[in-house]
Design a protein around this ligand. Structure first.
Ligand code: SF4
Ligand code: SF4
Length: 189
C-alpha cells in the first residue's frame, strides 16, 4: 500500500511541476518580448554610439591631426603639397585645401573606438557611423582606404611637386650665381 502511495505522490509532483512551468510560460505570453530576431530585426542604437569610422574626403585637408590623436596609430595619412596653378577647392566650412591626400587608411581591426580622432578634426569630416556589421574573413579587408586619388594620380602629384621644387631650386641657384658674377661697383676704376 505504501508503494502505491509513493507512486501517486510522485505522479502528482510530476504533474504539479509541469503546471508550475506552464504557469511561468503562460505569464510570458502577455509581457513584451525582451529579445529580437537579429539580424532580421535590429535595435535602434543610441545617438552617440561608436561604430565604424567614416571619412568624407571632400572635406579632408590632410592636416594629420586625427592620426596624431590616435592612441593605437591605426590611421595612416600621406599628403603632397599642391603647386601653383592647382586649385583643390574649399571644404564645406570654407577652409582652403592645399594638400593632396594621397593616402588615408584606417586599420579598423586595430581601432579601439575611443573616438579621439574625431574631436580634433577642423572640418568635422571624420566621424563614427551607425554601421556595426563589418566582419571579414581576411584581416587586410579591415584596412579601409579613403583616399580618392588612384595610385597613378598620387604618383603624378608627387612627381609634379618634386619637379616644381627642383625648378625652384635651380632658379634660386641661378639667381645666386648671377649675383656673384655681377661686377661690384667700383671694379672698373
Ligand atoms: S577611434 Fe580611437 S583608435 Fe579608432 S581610429 Fe579613432 S583615435 Fe584611433
Ligand atoms: S583631422 Fe580631419 S581634416 Fe585633418 S587629416 Fe584627419 S580627417 Fe582630414
Amino acid at each position: 500500500m505504501s508503494g502505491l502511495k509513493q507512486y501517486l505522490k510522485d505522479t502528482w509532483q510530476g504533474i504539479w511541476t509541469v503546471l508550475v512551468g506552464m504557469k511561468v510560460t503562460f505569464k510570458h505570453l502577455f509581457v513584451p518580448a525582451v529579445t529580437i530576431q537579429y539580424p532580421d530585426v535590429k535595435i535602434n542604437l543610441p545617438e552617440r554610439a561608436r561604430n565604424r569610422l567614416y571619412v568624407n574626403m571632400d572635406d579632408c585637408i590632410g592636416c594629420d591631426q586625427c592620426a596624431r590623436a590616435c592612441p593605437v596609430d591605426c590611421i595612416e595619412i600621406e599628403t603632397v603639397k599642391s603647386i601653383p596653378g592647382e586649385d583643390l577647392g574649399l571644404t564645406s566650412n570654407g577652409k582652403k585645401k592645399a594638400l593632396w591626400v594621397t593616402k588615408f587608411n584606417i586599420d579598423i581591426a586595430k581601432c579601439c573606438y575611443c573616438q579621439l580622432c574625431v574631436f580634433p578634426c577642423p572640418t568635422e569630416c571624420i566621424y563614427m557611423t551607425d554601421v556595426y556589421e563589418f566582419s571579414e574573413y581576411e584581416r587586410e579587408n579591415l584596412v579601409y582606404k579613403f583616399a580618392t586619388l588612384t595610385e597613378e594620380e598620387a604618383e603624378e602629384k608627387k612627381r609634379n611637386y618634386e619637379k616644381y621644387m627642383a625648378e625652384k631650386e635651380a632658379q634660386k641657384t641661378a639667381a645666386a650665381k648671377t649675383k656673384t658674377e655681377q661686377p661690384k661697383t667700383g671694379d672698373n676704376k
